[in-house]
Design a protein around this ligand. Structure first.
Ligand code: GDG
Length: 457
């Protein structure tokens, strides 16, 4: 089993986060393998090789980036072109041929490095938008075995995807995989529509697709979480300590909670506006509700992220200035990360989980919030209809995050929802989250991928 993702877990340290655990388990379950990725180090000059660390029967193979590659491949094409376009923010996208060349170069170099690890009978699984071209590079390096790809972020409608000057090159490279996994049917359908309308694909009777001289399959595999792990953390010592610490401060007030990487796709300004609108529309909620937004900064070397930070600082200050009082701050906005244990405790304490991205591949926070709840007194999930998770979490109050009034109403509805309705909604979500777990996700993708060699090519 050979897996590549831009960042890997740290060898020798506990594997935290859904994806890291899923990959780690996939490798161990199959008796070992290689987990390849960027080391997180940038060097002035290129080093050709990889550093190997063994843990159990897994080899971590870590490659460095040069400063120019980090700038062009990672900050540049991946995060200034692909991320915004795939999240429908063409207005924020920056297209630069040099950055694409760096992206191509890193995919080529990494693809060749990875090909060196493969042996007959191996299975290759490549992850996410950093490595869209890597499958093709692997094929060109001679790898002929089964090779799958999973896209963690949305795949946009063809009208948006084609704004990328290199859309044809990217789609062609993706088709070199045997199995292309998406978070939702919406994403899969977008990709297939691109192939049909622009890629002149043929859709075969057995469900496979022929395009750009390759035959492959596509399917949605909604990523999940380990619900028991989150529940255990929420009920554990650190989780309950965090909840009682915050509980003392917010007193009897209802807690509305948001937890997001600070990213423009997460709809944070809209969310703050909506909370302010609710205070405006329902005066009696003032002093009775507290909104806690945890937003650890990410990619702060990219301009759009610096602009977002400034916008949130300003907006939270304005709302707190307008509505706050001597003994009450409406928005607690914390631009830093917290340990997972604490987050789980806070999810459980909250009356409303506010997850309102403008666009999101899946959104694991929504699922974690559900898993952490007390079955006898569960909180309410207010969820954007544009999060992949909305295809599954039917007990949430779904909102259009661009509609500030509707989001304000949804928060209000959540705060006031009667217990029996909360329980009913939560139950249906919790069983879905448990069913479609991270283990289910990994197993179903790999089972499908491993069937590929049996199919007539
Ligand atoms: C990408 C796609 C897709 C957040 N703050 C802290 C913290 N977190 C953890 C959450 C959750 C994870 O980070 C965030 O996952 P999301 O799914 O919500 O979002 P992205 O980071 O954008 O992830 C997304 C995902 O990949 C998986 O395929 O669902 O659509 O964009 O687990 O709990 N963890 C800690 N401290 C924090 O302050 N420890």
């Amino acid at each position: 089993m050979i897996i590549a993702s831009n960042r890997t877990a740290s060898p020798g340290e506990p594997k935290v986060g859904g994806l890291a655990v899923a990959i780690w388990e996939a490798l161990r379950e199959r008796g070992g393998g290689v987990w390849f990725g960027w080391s997180g180090e940038t060097l002035e000059r290129e080093t050709r090789g990889v550093r190997l660390f063994a843990e159990d029967n897994v080899d971590f193979a870590l490659a460095d980036l040069t400063e120019a590659e980090y700038e062009g491949y990672y900050l540049g094409y991946a995060n200034r072109a692909l991320w915004p376009v795939f999240h429908y923010r063409v207005d924020l996208a920056h297209f630069d041929d040099h950055e694409f060349a760096m992206y191509e170069e890193v995919n080529r170099r990494f693809g060749r490095l990875l090909a060196q690890f493969t042996r007959t009978d191996d299975t290759v699984w490549i992850h996410d938008y950093h490595f869209l071209l890597m499958g093709q590079e692997m094929r060109q390096s001679g790898w002929e075995g089964p090779m799958g790809f999973f896209l963690h972020i949305p795949f946009p409608a063809p009208e948006i995807f084609t704004s990328l000057p290199q859309h044809n090159r990217i789609a062609r490279a993706l088709c070199a995989f045997d199995l292309i996994g998406f978070q939702t049917d919406r994403d899969r359908a977008n990709f297939e529509r691109y192939l049909r309308e622009i890629g002149r694909a043929t859709f075969l009777d057995d469900g496979r697709i022929r395009a750009f001289d390759h035959v492959f399959r596509t399917k949605a595999y909604p990523i999940g979480i380990d619900a028991d792990e989150i529940l255990g953390l929420a009920e554990g010592e650190e989780g309950t300590a965090a909840a009682s610490r915050l509980g003392r401060i917010i007193d009897q007030r209802a807690l509305v909670l948001g937890v997001d990487r600070m990213d423009y796709s997460k709809g944070l300004p809209n969310r703050m506006e909506a909370f302010g609108r609710m205070l405006d529309d329902h005066e009696h909620t003032r002093g009775r509700v507290s909104f806690l937004q945890i937003a650890p900064p990410s990619r702060s070397d990219v301009d759009a992220y610096q602009d977002l930070r400034a916008e949130l600082d300003q907006l939270s200050g304005r709302i707190n200035g307008d509505y706050g009082d001597l003994d009450w701050v409406p928005i607690r906005y914390l631009a830093r990360g917290y340990p997972r244990e604490m987050l789980a405790g806070l999810y459980r304490l909250s009356r409303v989980g506010l997850v309102t991205p403008l666009y999101d591949g899946m959104n694991l926070v929504a699922k974690e919030f559900v898993a952490a709840q007390n079955p006898e007194d569960p909180g309410v999930l207010v969820l954007s209809e544009f999060a992949g998770a909305a295809e599954q979490l039917d007990g949430a109050i779904l909102v259009n995050p661009h509609d500030i009034s509707a989001t304000a109403d949804a928060i209000y509805q959540g705060i006031n929802m009667p217990l029996d309705e909360r329980i009913e909604r939560w139950k249906s979500m919790d069983s879905g989250v448990r069913d479609r777990s991270i283990a289910w996700w990994r197993k179903s993708f790999l089972e499908d991928l491993e069937k590929i060699p049996e199919e007539v090519k």
